[in-house]
Design a protein around this ligand. Structure first.
Ligand code: IYR
Length: 240
């Protein structure tokens, strides 16, 4: 517990007022760290967003594991300001598809997306058809909790809600990929209809929707390239 710090954390006063435990941190050898880093990076590189799902069922337990993994995300004041709402009900999925396609028809066919946007999407070939919302065995909608609604009727503020929920979304996607499933970060826009269709309270706002399942056999994806390291990482090694 000795080290470079003048100010201990927790301070004795803090530790007296709030519980602290020792972090069960496991330190790996240098070689093992390099190996784990590479393995995770390579597995991450194999992930692709999928738009053609197989109807093969996915057990609820797998979705639960992904939600629990995502819920380990750091969040503002540890408020965990998110709710994952899952459905595998054909009628609910069909209603979501109908509502999503209604919005997307306006986006794609009635100029709610401008030409620059449509041009950016051209290589992905997306359009207003969202059949996958019915075919995929699960739809999970991640809601952000704009504020905390307590069971006694009182409310509390949440902090950094979008940042926190965004991190949870990333971890959810990673968990789904790592267990051998596929998903798509889908944001039918606007998506307020999801709150109504899924019967969520008004402190919750849909953040992103995830169809989840196995890719259809032979599913194809755009031949995308990812930015090389020097386009996404800069080290600053002296004070400017
Ligand atoms: N929400 C629309 C449009 C769309 C927008 C972006 I930015 C994408 O990367 C993909 C699609 C849709 O889901 O089709």
């Amino acid at each position: 517990m000795d080290g470079p710090y003048e100010h201990p954390y927790p301070s004795p006063e803090l530790a007296a007022a709030h519980p602290f435990v020792e972090y069960a941190f496991e330190r790996h050898s240098d070689e093992e760290m390099a190996q784990r880093a590479r393995a995770f990076r390579e597995e991450s590189e194999r992930r692709r967003s999928v738009r053609l799902f197989s109807p093969d069922p996915v057990p609820r337990e797998l979705v639960e594991e992904a939600v629990l993994a995502a819920s380990t995300a750091p969040s503002g004041a540890h408020k965990q300001p998110w709710t994952f709402v899952g459905t595998r009900d054909p009628e609910v999925k069909a209603a979501i598809r109908v509502a999503a396609e209604e919005e997307e028809r306006v986006n794609y066919l009635q100029n709610r997306m401008n030409d620059e946007w449509l041009e950016a999407l051209a290589p992905l070939g997306t359009d207003h058809h969202k059949e996958f919302l019915e075919v995929a065995p699960w739809i999970v909608v991640l809601f952000e909790q704009r504020f905390e609604q307590r069971s006694d009727g009182t409310t509390r503020k949440n902090y950094y809600v979008k940042e926190s929920t965004g991190i949870a979304a990333g971890m959810f996607i990673t968990a789904i990929h790592r267990m051998g499933l596929a998903t798509l970060t889908h944001t039918p826009s606007p998506m307020a209809f999801l709150r109504r269709l899924l019967g969520r309270p008004d402190n919750e706002r849909p953040f992103v929707m995830f169809p989840i399942g196995f890719p259809l056999d032979g599913a194809r994806v755009p031949d995308l390239r990812r930015k090389p390291l020097d386009e996404v990482f800069v080290e600053v090694d002296r004070l400017e």
